[in-house]
Ligand binder design. Structure first.
Ligand code: SF4
Length: 364
């Protein structure tokens, strides 16, 4: 009989990463626990607020080559738990997606799949299910008209049908925990009122959780979409949605409110620093390594010239770790980090506009 060995190396690595994060050391002896690969910036949708996918035709440049995937898997997958195949474009459009899944399986990692759900047919669902930890479907409204206005080229019924089929398939797992399903919501002025309805929808189609975060605004024309200018409306609606979620047993990962000390329902960062600098990394199609997904985040090094451990403990990562809480951090955006504003209990500076208006630079 084939024996199943728990990947102890991954447990030990995570333990060391936790210690490094708490002690906020500059040089660390663990590797990232979660690895995000910008495999593909192409997308089949044209969402109103998206500033991440490629809207030009330079698709070849933005597609990760298989040889880079192999380098990344050799260097990072044996210690990582999770691999995220793109948070930029639609990962199911990536031509080497199944090769990547194969490597993820070989190294006993699991996938967190962010998808718009349009291409999640039964065939691909069956292929990814054994490796999936969480299916995150970007889903910004409960009503068809608001949804399709927000997510241009999407079809509401197709996505609901795909989620429903996926849900049926995941229930066939009896001996291992089946993957969870999350509706991933970008909160903005034109969809905030949908949030309570989304909780009800999630409950009706048996979704485990709703994870929401505020929209990052990439163009001045869309500035009025930021809820930072509609704070009361945002807080009141989020509270209403939260109250419904507790009755319907839907988990919520909501950001902290704007106007109170209430800490929200989800804390991504727990150790008075940016956890990403200790536990996660983002790798671009050209091999550039970034500390987070913000589009102007610095390049820490390139995997075609250096090994990942050299970059991970190189001078840029060390400077980032050292200065992340300073008045003049190495990456100026860390001072007004939009992710820490929302999900870090210890980020006491609170919300400010600079965090969300990404078209503005945050020079010190
Ligand atoms: S901008 Fe925020 S998420 Fe990115 S490295 Fe700085 S603190 Fe971390």
């Amino acid at each position: 009989m084939k024996s199943y060995k728990l990947p102890l190396i991954k447990f030990k690595n995570e333990e060391k990463a936790n210690l490094a994060e708490v002690s906020r050391s500059e040089r660390i002896n663990s590797m990232p626990v979660r690895v995000t690969l910008a495999t593909n910036k192409n997308c089949n949708l044209r969402c109103k607020l998206c500033g991440f996918s490629t809207k030009t035709q330079n698709l070849e440049k933005d597609r990760m080559k298989l040889d880079l995937i192999e380098i990344v898997s050799e260097e990072l997958f044996s210690t990582a738990w999770e691999v995220v195949p793109s948070t930029f474009g639609e990962p199911l459009l990536y031509e080497n997606f199944l090769d990547l899944i194969h490597l993820i399986g070989e190294y006993q990692c699991c996938i967190e799949l962010y998808t718009n759900g349009m291409l999640l047919n039964e065939e691909i669902s069956r292929k990814i299910l054994p490796f999936l930890a969480d299916l995150k479907v970007s889903f910004d409204a409960a009503s068809k008209s608001v949804f399709e206005n927000f997510r241009l080229n999407a079809n509401y019924e197709t996505i609901i049908r795909n989620i429903t089929k996926f849900n049926e398939l995941r229930k066939n797992f009896r001996y291992v925990p089946p993957p969870t399903i999350t509706l991933q919501v970008t909160l903005a002025r034109s969809n905030i009122k949908e949030l309570p309805l989304l909780v009800k929808l999630a409950s009706s189609i048996d979704i485990d959780r709703i994870a929401a975060s505020h929209a990052y605004i990439f163009s001045q024309n869309l500035k009025s979409e930021s809820l930072i200018f509609n704070r009361d409306l945002s807080d009141e609606t989020m509270l209403e949605a939260y109250n419904i979620s507790t009755k319907l047993n839907v988990n919520t990962f909501f950001p902290r409110p704007f106007n109170s000390d209430n800490q929200g329902t989800f804390h991504l960062f727990k150790a008075k620093t940016c956890a990403y600098l200790y536990k996660e990394t983002w790798i671009n199609a050209n091999g550039d390594v970034h500390p987070c997904f913000l589009p102007d985040s610095p390049v820490m090094g390139n995997l075609h010239g250096k090994s990942f451990p050299e970059i991970w403990n190189g001078s840029i990562y060390r400077s980032m770790r050292k200065t992340v809480n300073d008045k003049k951090p190495f990456f100026s955006r860390c001072k007004n980090c939009p992710i820490r504003m929302q999900f870090d209990l210890h980020f006491t500076k609170g919300y400010n506009e600079k965090g969300f208006l990404l078209y503005e630079t945050t020079k010190n």
